[in-house]
Design a protein around this ligand. Structure first.
Ligand SMILES: C[S@@+](CC[C@H](N)C(=O)[O-])C[C@H]1O[C@@H](n2cnc3c(N)ncnc32)[C@H](O)[C@@H]1O
Length: 496
């Protein structure tokens, strides 16, 4: 790991801001970051309700369009702010998928300028998807789109190479040197331009063949003596041995199919539903930034971009609205990057800070009830019910990732996953009691839910007994979550 340098003197780096990025970004000066990566939530992340409000009816095409428009309206002012903070020499990566990618491209062309567009990267995130199964009438949606724009100036760009695959090696490096086992291909030694070479290429006889050559006679002789020039038979055109193990690999193109998703068993997996693989972020950061450059992720989730930036010796700034994300990410920065949390350590280049996180139970007890509900639902990665009255005992919903549609066959559409959600109930009480649980049970039965979350500062013994009975007798699982578990991040184990 590259040793971390000191934080930037111009702006505070190695900082995670907990809050809405629209507000947080206004705190950053113009043209201050070198690389922006964002991976905002969209419908595909089960965050539909953010943009849909409370509509639960079957969604028609018009509804879908409305949703896309709402998403773009949400993203536009944020992208304007991001464009403002991006340096002219910087790069901007926007990660999205088929739901809105075409609209995102148009929006970014308008904000950043069409001429700043560099690439659309196709990240093949999986080989098969359960959305393409018998009965569906579309191909599996297995890729994401990542749009790359520059800040408009002379942006940094590093070409990367990927290893040759077996098929390529068999086809192009079929010769094997018997003494060493090294694979090689035979390359042309003729002067570029063939029969009409560019001026200055030497013309002479070598191993019985007279023609324009790429190298001087002395150099050819040297290569021959080093065993790097072979002639298949007398009179045949001599060729140059190019070893496989000396090749750089295949220049990386815009289709990335060599990085898998974060699998269930992966060591980097934190259980955070939309976590992106570290390798993907490290690749992006390597292509578009240099050590000590400043990387900004304004929707940083569990902090993959920040960890990648730290691993590669870059400076970084993260923003996320969810306190749970911020807590999970802080733990990751401590455990994986071995950074310590605290302002003093941050200033010494050995630590980081999470700012504006509601950090104490006392602060949370003092929040107005509606704010507290909001905090708790968001903290669980859920979506708050818009209706403040008549919510039928449900304050929010969590949409699990990895769940398939409940219905299949001709009635199944791509939005069916929306039928799978877990209700969240929040009580800003020292101890939620049996009557609170009874009410939530009734709400869960009405909504036909099998799993739900109840958040409070604590639970009475009666409440816990009732939760157990309900599971045993009705097979409906209520998961009690305390504020303490949210604040220390241990709630993540209950969300998986
Ligand atoms: C798709 S996730 C990002 C995942 C991330 N790339 C990773 O690998 O962990 C999107 C994140 O955006 C955050 N978010 C949503 N709206 C936001 C807003 N207005 N401001 C800041 N963060 C927001 C969510 O809390 C969520 O953590």
């Amino acid at each position: 790991m590259t040793p971390p340098g000191k934080p930037s003197a111009l702006i505070d780096t190695r900082v995670v801001y907990c809050g809405d990025n629209l507000e947080q970004l206004t705190k950053l000066p113009d043209e201050c970051v070198d690389l922006i990566y964002i991976d905002p939530p969209f419908n595909s992340n089960r965050n539909y309700e953010v943009f849909w409000g409370e509509k639960k009816e079957l969604r028609s095409f018009d509804d879908r369009h409305e949703s896309t428009q709402a998403y773009i309206d949400f993203m536009r002012p944020r992208c304007v702010e991001l464009a403002r903070v991006l340096k002219k020499t910087g790069s901007f990566y926007y990660h999205c998928d088929w739901h809105a990618s075409h609209y995102v491209k148009v929006m970014l062309d308008q904000i950043l300028g069409e001429e700043k567009f560099i690439n659309e990267i196709i990240w093949k995130r999986q080989s098969a998807h359960n959305d393409a199964k018998q009965g569906s009438k579309h191909l599996g949606r297995v890729h994401d789109s990542i749009f790359l724009y520059s800040g408009g100036g002379d942006y940094y760009f590093k070409h990367l190479y990927t290893p040759y695959n077996a098929e390529y090696i068999e086809k192009f490096y079929k010769n094997v040197e018997p003494e060493t086992g090294r694979r090689y291909q035979l390359g042309d030694l003729g002067a570029p331009g063939g029969a009409a070479p560019s001026k200055g290429n030497p013309h002479y006889e070598f191993l019985g063949v007279t023609r324009y050559w790429r190298y001087s006679k002395e150099n050819m002789q040297k290569l021959y003596e080093e065993g790097l020039i072979v002639q298949a038979k007398p009179g045949a055109v001599p060729r140059f041995k190019r070893y496989l193990d000396e090749g750089k690999g295949v220049p990386l193109g815009s289709v990335w199919d060599d990085i898998g998703p974060v699998q269930g068993q992966a060591t980097e997996r934190l259980g955070y539903p939309t976590q992106k693989p570290l390798k993907l972020l490290e690749r992006i950061i390597e292509i578009s930034s240099q050590p000590n450059d400043i990387v900004l992720d304004a929707f940083c989730g569990c902090g993959t971009a920040l960890v990648a930036a730290q691993n590669l010796g870059r400076q970084w700034i993260g923003i996320d609205i969810s306190p749970t994300s911020c807590v999970v990410m802080a733990k990751r920065l401590r455990d994986i990057c071995k950074l310590r949390e605290g302002e003093h350590q941050r200033l010494r280049g050995k630590g980081f800070m999470v700012r504006e996180l509601p950090t104490t139970e006392k602060q949370l007890r003092e929040l107005p009830p509606f704010e507290f509900e909001n905090w708790a639902v968001l903290a669980l990665g859920g979506i708050k019910n818009k209706a403040q009255v008549g919510d039928m005992g449900i304050d929010g919903r969590i949409f699990p990732v990895g769940s398939g549609p409940e219905t299949s066959g001709k009635d199944a559409g791509e939005l069916d996953f929306m039928d799978e959600w877990y209700p969240v109930q929040v009580k800003q009480k020292e101890k939620a009691g049996r009557p609170d649980i009874d009410n939530f049970e009734a709400a869960m039965m009405r909504a036909k839910r099998k799993r739900g979350y109840f958040v409070s500062f604590g639970f009475t013994g009666d409440a816990i007994d009732e939760i157990r009975r309900f599971k045993r007798e009705e097979n409906i699982h209520i998961i009690p979550v305390t504020v303490e578990e949210i604040l220390d991040g241990s709630v993540i184990d209950k969300l998986i």
